[in-house]
Write a protein that binds this ligand. Structure first.
Ligand code: S3P
Length: 433
């Protein structure tokens, strides 16, 4: 799809199907970065098809890491690890739209004996980087950025010392960044988080052979440990599955099964929320793969009740709130979302994007600094949706469009390529009209 593309979504009656999804974005980034600094050749099946994870691979290539796609169909990637020392890049590392690439790779670059520059697209250039700069500077890295600590970043790395760091913001990207930097630091680095966020960094570090100490909200890593290559199949992306689960939930009589899906408990809160809304969900074939829980999920649609998302739930559901908000008008009594101010500093100001687009479809919605309240029992009409260049907004409103009256045009639909290039085709294959 070309920039500015518009996709038309028509109302649906049901969703039916059984499918498997491309690999999880959060895990794909981390596996690629750790494989680059491990010893030996790693091989990943079902690597994320999204542009963000391709940005990570491109940056690694510029850092002297040899990688190749050995089988396009199955998205197999092989990465030749260099051990801890990467090669100095000859130009700026382009992270595209990917906050994960910029923030987590910075942790590794802070440990390298060279200087590097990281840049990104217009959206990434607006996103806050102080959250990684401050702790990495405390560890001894020298970092400069554009005003207000925005990208591009210039990092002079090397000679890191361990720190004990209490993160002010709940962010798994920051946590992984600091644990990766901790691998290069002298001594034991401890990262404490205000709430437990997704733990793929910790799980992946262990899979690559690192020794970590974990307690409720903190993780310790001793520097100087060597990582070893792994072979893995990356489980399906649960945040991509969220769109289809919410779509199926909207239509009583729908039934959707997704197998080989990531079931990590720090990511699966959406399933509890849907159960609370009245959706029937069953999980089978649970097994652990490289420390990550994987399973098969069956979802059956229902008349949805209401719910409130606040506190730790808002952090746990940060990527799923756009689609939950988009289906909220169709619940009986609505959905209220608070403590989700982080949504304002994502690929777009997601609170604003959700409110604007819900209103365009004729919905009543109240905007708060840290969330929104969407009353239930509403009827929406098709409209022009503006994705604001944000993949999760484009996909969330394609789901709302299934229950609206008339056609909805999603402008900037190509943004879906960031995490899920085949989203619209997959959705069409599930929908019955
Ligand atoms: C991610 C963490 C979240 C999430 C992002 C991926 C990760 O961001 O929104 O899509 O892989 O660690 P924050 O850590 O900034 O909340």
């Amino acid at each position: 799809m070309k920039p500015g593309s518009s996709v038309t979504v028509r109302p649906a009656k049901h969703l039916h199907g059984a499918l498997r999804l491309p690999g999880d974005k959060s895990i794909s980034h981390r596996y690629a970065m750790l494989a680059a600094i491990a010893e030996g050749k790693s091989r990943f099946e079902n690597y994320s098809t999204g542009a963000d994870c391709a940005s990570t691979l491109a940056c690694l290539g510029s850092l002297g890491v040899h990688w190749e796609r050995t089988n396009n169909g199955a998205n197999v990637i092989e990465i030749e690890g260099r051990g801890p020392a990467l090669a100095a890049p000859t130009s700026a590392l382009d992270c595209g739209n990917s906050g994960s690439t910029m923030r987590m790779l910075s942790g590794i670059l802070a440990g390298q004996e060279f200087t590097s520059d990281l840049c990104g697209d217009e959206s990434l250039s607006r996103r806050p980087m102080a959250r990684i700069m401050k702790p990495l500077e405390q560890m001894g890295a020298r970092i400069t950025a554009a005003p207000e600590e925005r990208p591009p970043l210039h990092i002079a790395g090397g000679n890191l010392r361990a720190i004990r760091y209490k993160m002010p913001v709940a962010s798994a990207q920051v946590k992984s960044c600091l644990l990766f930097a901790g691998l290069f630091a002298k001594g034991e680095t401890e990262v404490e988080e205000p709430l437990r966020t997704r733990d793929h960094g910790e799980v992946a570090l262990r899979a690559f052979g690192a020794d970590l100490k974990r307690s409720a909200n903190s993780t310790c890593i001793v520097g100087g440990q060597r990582l070893h290559a792994i072979e893995a199949r990356i489980p399906g992306d649960l945040s991509s599955a969220a769109f289809f689960f919410c779509a199926a939930s909207l239509f009583p009589g729908s039934e959707l099964v997704i197998d080989s899906l990531l079931m990590n408990p720090t990511r699966a809160r959406l399933l509890d929320i849907l159960i609370g809304l009245g959706v029937r969900i069953s999980i089978t074939q649970l097994e652990e793969q490289n420390g990550e829980l994987v399973g098969t999920v069956r979802v059956e649609g229902a008349q949805l009740k209401s719910t409130e998302i606040a506190g730790a739930d808002s952090a746990a559901l940060i990527d799923e709130i756009p689609v939950l908000a988009a289906i909220a008008p169709f619940t009986e009594e609505g959905i209220r979302i608070r403590d989700a101010g982080e949504l304002r500093v994502k690929e777009s100001d997601r609170i604003q994007s959700i409110v604007t687009n819900l209103r365009a479809m004729g919905a009543r919605v109240d905007e708060h600094d840290d969330g929104l309240t969407v009353p239930g029992g509403q009827k929406l009409h098709g409209a022009e949706i503006n994705s604001a260049g944000d993949h999760r907004i484009a996909m969330a409103f394609a789901i709302a469009a299934l229950r609206a009256e008339g056609e909805t045009h999603i402008r900037g639909a190509e943004a879906a390529v960031i995490s899920f290039p085949s989203f619209f085709e997959t959705l069409e294959s599930l929908v019955q009209r």
